[in-house]
Design a protein around this ligand. Structure first.
Ligand SMILES: *[C@@H]1O[C@H](CO)[C@@H](O)[C@H](O)[C@H]1NC(C)=O
Ligand SMILES: *[C@@H]1O[C@H](CO)[C@@H](O)[C@H](O)[C@H]1NC(C)=O
Ligand SMILES: *[C@@H]1O[C@H](CO)[C@@H](O)[C@H](O)[C@H]1NC(C)=O
Ligand SMILES: *[C@@H]1O[C@H](CO)[C@@H](O)[C@H](O)[C@H]1NC(C)=O
Ligand SMILES: *[C@@H]1O[C@H](CO)[C@@H](O)[C@H](O)[C@H]1NC(C)=O
Length: 289
């Protein structure tokens, strides 16, 4: 044990946690989430990431997750959807009330409202929802940020979703752009038609810069790591890119394909993430290219 510690000090390398993980467990054959699996997943997330985006649903015990991450000092963002509980009468605020009554909710960093229909983002109702959620959260902790998510397509395969340029146009100069504290951009792509450098260059573009000028925080959510691991590619390069481009207002969540981490693929991805070491000196070459 002692020599192992010396070894790590000697080479001066410590495995680096990644920024964030988007964890929305899905148990296809078992709608009630299997607690053992979730416990294992939460352990892996805690070891691998500084923050986590979880979803508030009835399929699993979300307050258990809040408690776990609170104890482990992992920053938590919670996605709340009007569809969470399959009850059309429940609105964001109703769902939020349920969660807010839980003690560790106070330490949540952000709440993310999800709409499933893209056209709703220009909708008055959404802006009003954001305002009322913000007001309500002030009673708990005025530092909790309120954001929304938006799907966009990188490349051409998911053409039913908007491009980043269209996303930018939906927010810049619009009331919705002034209403939110942050935006989670879910990048959809087909790995067979685009490579990681195309992916990075398509996202970190002038459209993204313009969104950032709104003064909001932007998080890129991407499932690209699982895809790369699946194709036996090293994830170090892309994590370097994501980490080097990271600023106070620009960060990322790794989406683990919305399935249980204990499915082989996700577990493999985790193993790779845990081996990753970030070295800041690499950034010079990457950022200036
Ligand atoms: C939970 O999942 C684990 C791993 O798949 C399995 O061994 C266990 O039997 C499951 N438990 C329940 C209660 O379904
Ligand atoms: C969910 O987890 C919390 C602890 O974090 C516990 O108090 C509660 O009983 C759990 N709820 C269910 C339905 O298991
Ligand atoms: C979202 O948009 C659809 C289609 O325009 C509309 O039918 C629905 O009422 C909208 N929902 C909300 C909550 O605004
Ligand atoms: C991710 O999930 C989608 C379906 O939701 C699947 O088609 C795809 O193959 C998965 N990717 C990996 C790398 O597991
Ligand atoms: C990845 O490598 C494994 C082991 O060598 C191999 O079985 C698998 O087919 C490879 N996957 C792809 C997508 O090439």
């Amino acid at each position: 044990m002692f020599s192992l510690v010396l070894f790590f000090i000697g080479i001066g390398v410590v495995n680096s946690k990644i920024s964030g993980i988007k964890y929305i467990p899905r148990f296809d054959n078992n709608p009630k989430a299997n607690e053992t699996t979730i416990q294992n997943d939460l352990g892996l997330i805690t070891d691998s990431a500084n923050s986590v985006l979880i979803s508030y649903r009835t399929d699993y015990n979300a307050t258990y997750m809040l408690d776990h991450f609170y104890k482990k000092n992992v920053d938590v963002y919670v996605e709340i959807s009007e569809h969470s509980f399959n009850d059309p009468n429940l609105k964001y605020l109703d769902n939020l009330e349920n969660l807010m009554s839980h003690k560790t909710f106070e330490s949540v960093k952000g709440v993310m409202l999800t709409y499933y229909e893209e056209e709703n983002y220009s909708n008055r109702i959404l802006i009003d929802d954001i305002k009322s959620v913000k007001n309500r959260l002030k009673d708990v902790n005025s530092n909790i940020k309120v954001g929304i998510n938006y799907w966009f397509n990188v490349g051409r395969e998911y053409s039913q979703y908007p491009s980043l340029k269209t996303v930018k146009n939906a927010f810049v100069g619009k009331e919705i752009g002034k209403s939110i504290d942050y935006l989670v951009l879910d990048a959809l792509f087909d790995f067979s038609t685009i490579d990681p450098s195309f992916f990075i260059n398509s996202i970190y573009s002038k459209d993204l810069d313009e969104l950032l000028k709104l003064g909001i925080k932007v998080d890129i959510a991407t499932g690209i790591l699982s895809e790369m691991v699946y194709h036996n590619q090293s994830i170090n390069g892309i994590l370097d890119e994501l980490n080097c481009k990271k600023t106070e207002n620009l960060d990322y969540f790794i989406d683990l394909n919305r399935s249980s981490l204990f499915e082989d693929q996700e577990l493999k991805t985790y193993k790779e993430i845990q081996k990753y070491v970030f070295d800041k000196t690499k950034c010079k070459n990457i950022v200036d290219n």
